[in-house]
Design a protein around this ligand. Structure first.
Ligand SMILES: C[S@@+](CC[C@H](N)C(=O)[O-])C[C@H]1O[C@@H](n2cnc3c(N)ncnc32)[C@H](O)[C@@H]1O
Length: 306
């Protein structure tokens, strides 16, 4: 989907672009290679990714890599002295580097510390988060962020184990799920979805995505494109709802429901639904199988009717 994303981003040689999720710098390198006088700011909240992307982009003087959360995109651009951009790309979720290093605590296949933070300098680790939540909160997170069916039973087992002091390693979390579902033959699919849910909660991924979309729309110049690739239904719902709301007239209502003002739509949607990977790509790249890409374009500054 990388080429497809670049095509929808509409990269102009003299434009200014943000890759909000630099990862190993794959998309960033494609954008940078298409620039002449233009500029690229590549962000990642993960210091290891920033180092990798920096290495990958070192031959492109038009690119700069910054460690930041994309929910702070406005501030990053202000700091860089930039007042607007022609395109923003968000390729949400985890990079393979993060999954492949057991010491980061994302993998349920290899044992490591129960961390799961994309930015280990910010917020509680997964082990600390699990030590702080109630059974209700954990069950809701498993249901909402991982579509976990037996969410209540798994939440109870995880917290019992946590209280017994046995919830510090990724193996502890995986074993709590396996033991709860010991009637399932083979590895229960819930091991993966519980890890997904805990990771999304720990990194506040949906909150960051909402704030990142707001920031991106605020900094896009008219005609500028926002391209978002997401990997699970919760993320895609955030993108779909935001794009839908901002591509319609936005009404500000009084408490008793009277229309106070109407703002013209901020976005135009060049394609109405999600773009999904070709059958070929889904077959050869298992990670791409669940990917959905949505595209929006910034309209002229919105007029407000009072
Ligand atoms: C799927 S990978 C990106 C891969 C990248 N497009 C490439 O070509 O290598 C997602 C990256 O986004 C980063 N990330 C996730 N949420 C973020 C956020 N809120 N702010 C900044 N970076 C974020 C992760 O640390 C990870 O490196």
């Amino acid at each position: 989907m990388a080429r497809e994303a670049l095509r929808w981003l509409n990269v102009r040689p003299d434009g200014t672009y943000v890759d909000a999720t630099a990862g190993a710098g794959g998309h960033s390198a494609l954008i940078a290679a298409a620039l002449e006088t233009g500029r690229l700011i590549a962000l990642d909240r993960d210091a290891t990714a920033v180092a990798l992307a920096g290495e990958r982009l070192k031959t492109f003087p038009q690119a700069r890599v910054v460690r930041a959360n994309y929910s702070d995109l406005n501030q990053v651009l202000r700091d860089a002295g930039m007042d607007g951009v022609d395109g923003v790309l968000i390729d949400a979720g985890l990079s393979s580097m993060q999954i492949d290093r057991p010491e980061r605590g994302f993998s349920f296949q290899e044992d490591g510390p129960l961390d799961m933070r994309m930015d280990p300098d910010s917020g509680p680790s997964a082990a600390e988060w699990l030590a702080s939540v109630t059974e209700d909160t954990l069950a809701a997170a498993l249901r909402d962020l991982g579509d976990v069916g037996p969410a209540r039973r798994i939440a109870k087992a995880v917290l019992e184990r946590q209280r017994a002091g046995r919830m510090t390693r990724t193996g502890d979390l995986a074993d709590a799920v396996r033991e709860t579902l010991d009637f399932v033959r083979g590895e229960p699919g819930e091991v993966r979805t519980v890890f997904q849910a805990v990771r999304i909660a720990v990194n506040r991924e949906l909150e960051c995505l909402r704030a990142g979309l707001e920031s991106a729309v605020a900094v896009l110049r008219p005609g500028g494109r926002l391209v978002v690739i997401s990997f699970h239904s919760g993320e895609d719902r955030v993108v779909k709802d935001a794009f839908r709301a901002w591509s319609r007239p936005e009404r500000e209502l009084t408490r008793d429901g009277r229309v106070l003002s109407v703002r013209a739509p901020r976005l135009r949607l060049p394609v109405s639904g999600p773009i999904i990977p070709s059958e070929d790509e889904a077959r050869t790249n298992p990670r791409a199988k669940s990917a959905k890409m949505r595209v929006a374009e910034r309209r002229e500054a919105a007029a407000v009717e009072g």
